[in-house]
Design a binder for this molecule. Structure first.
Ligand SMILES: [Fe+2]
Length: 341
């Protein structure tokens, strides 16, 4: 199956959430995991943040400063410290236990049940032989005064890569109402991706465009252009246990919390294993064995974030392995790209 093949699906009427996903460029799937389970993962995430040898205290806001926290991107995305490979993160990615039973025949559903998160991606791609990204967690602490925050509208797909090629996911573990931290997204922008970049060819010679292939930042007048075409910038609202999916061609960024809620999420994207080249699979397996975090892309654009550095030396808070390692089942190793299907 070639990347971009899903574009023909955009004109299909499925009679389920996929219709909304294709028309708006995103969808929120409710209660994909139970609220109780999501809050358990949330606690694991906060415990992880507290596991470093610093003065950080989750119950004392005066300690919520950069000097007490491991390094992160945009004040919450933990790209190092083996964060993407903690057991609870893998448990969430592999979610298979006690899915919400949503048919009238409990037994029949149990006999044929699929892991709910993986199943959503399998429905999109038409296969459950998937790879999962090693992207990470995001814990954004509200009310921080040592953080400068500004929107960074972008797409996570190279303008040169035409067609729907990656679907991004957030396993939402905290409340994400209108005032809480969360995903801001330009509804309808995925469909305008080709037109926008035909009019605005990407500059690959300088800035971030020269550094990162599957990323493109927008300027303020670009945001206006999308709005003039009828798109709407929205805050994607969700509750603990919901799964947010979006087309990587959708313009998006994150909102810093205006409320007291600690934004807590796990990023999880899946694409067909058949989309990966042998070289990328080799790279992915090497990064897995080093417990490294990568980009949102599961099958290509495989780049590790390496170790966090301080003054040219490895951050003393760094780790060689997760605090709690995942159980290396065959299914996990297949999703990690280590074991073939
Ligand atoms: Fe992004």
């Amino acid at each position: 199956m070639a990347p971009g093949i899903l574009d023909q699906n955009a004109n299909t009427a499925y009679g389920d959430w996929r219709d909304e996903f294709y028309s708006k460029g995103y969808v929120v799937l409710k209660n994909v995991i139970s609220r109780e389970k999501a809050l358990k993962y949330r606690k694991k995430t906060l415990d992880w943040l507290q596991s470093f040898d610093t003065d950080f205290d989750i119950n004392d806001r005066s300690t919520w400063t950069a000097k007490n926290l491991p390094q992160s991107f945009k004040a919450g995305m933990y790209l190092n410290y083996c964060a993407a490979h903690e057991k609870y993160v893998w448990d969430a990615r592999m979610y298979a236990l006690n899915p919400i039973i949503n048919t009238t025949s409990h037994k029949a559903n149990l006999d044929h049940r699929e892991p709910e998160i993986i199943d959503a991606f399998a429905k999109i791609w038409g296969t459950d032989e998937l790879l999962v990204s090693f992207d990470t967690i995001n814990v954004t602490l509200p009310g921080r005064t040592d953080v400068e925050w500004s929107p960074w509208p972008h797409v996570d797909q190279a303008p040169e890569r035409r067609g729907l090629s990656c679907v991004q996911g957030i396993i939402n573990l905290s409340e994400a109402g209108p005032k809480d931290g969360g995903l801001m997204l330009m509804e309808g922008s995925s469909k305008l991706f080709d037109r926008f970049f035909d009019l605005n060819p990407p500059d690959r010679t300088q800035g971030i465009g020269a550094k990162h292939y599957d990323f493109y930042p927008f300027k303020e007048h670009h945001v206006k252009w999308y709005e003039e075409q009828g798109c709407k910038l929205i805050k994607v609202c969700a509750e603990p246990g919901d799964l947010i999916l979006w087309d990587s061609r959708s313009m998006h960024y994150a909102k810093f919390p205006e409320s007291d809620e600690i934004r807590t999420i796990i990023y999880a994207c899946y694409t067909p294993a058949s989309h990966a080249t042998p070289e990328d699979l080799k790279k992915k397996a090497e990064l897995f064995h080093r417990w490294e975090t990568t980009t949102h892309w599961p099958h290509c654009n495989i780049h590790g974030h390496g170790k966090a550095m301080v003054d040219g030396k490895v951050d003393p808070l760094e780790r060689d392995e997760p605090l709690e390692k995942p159980v290396l089942t065959d299914r996990l190793l297949q999703l990690a790209g280590v074991k073939p299907y």
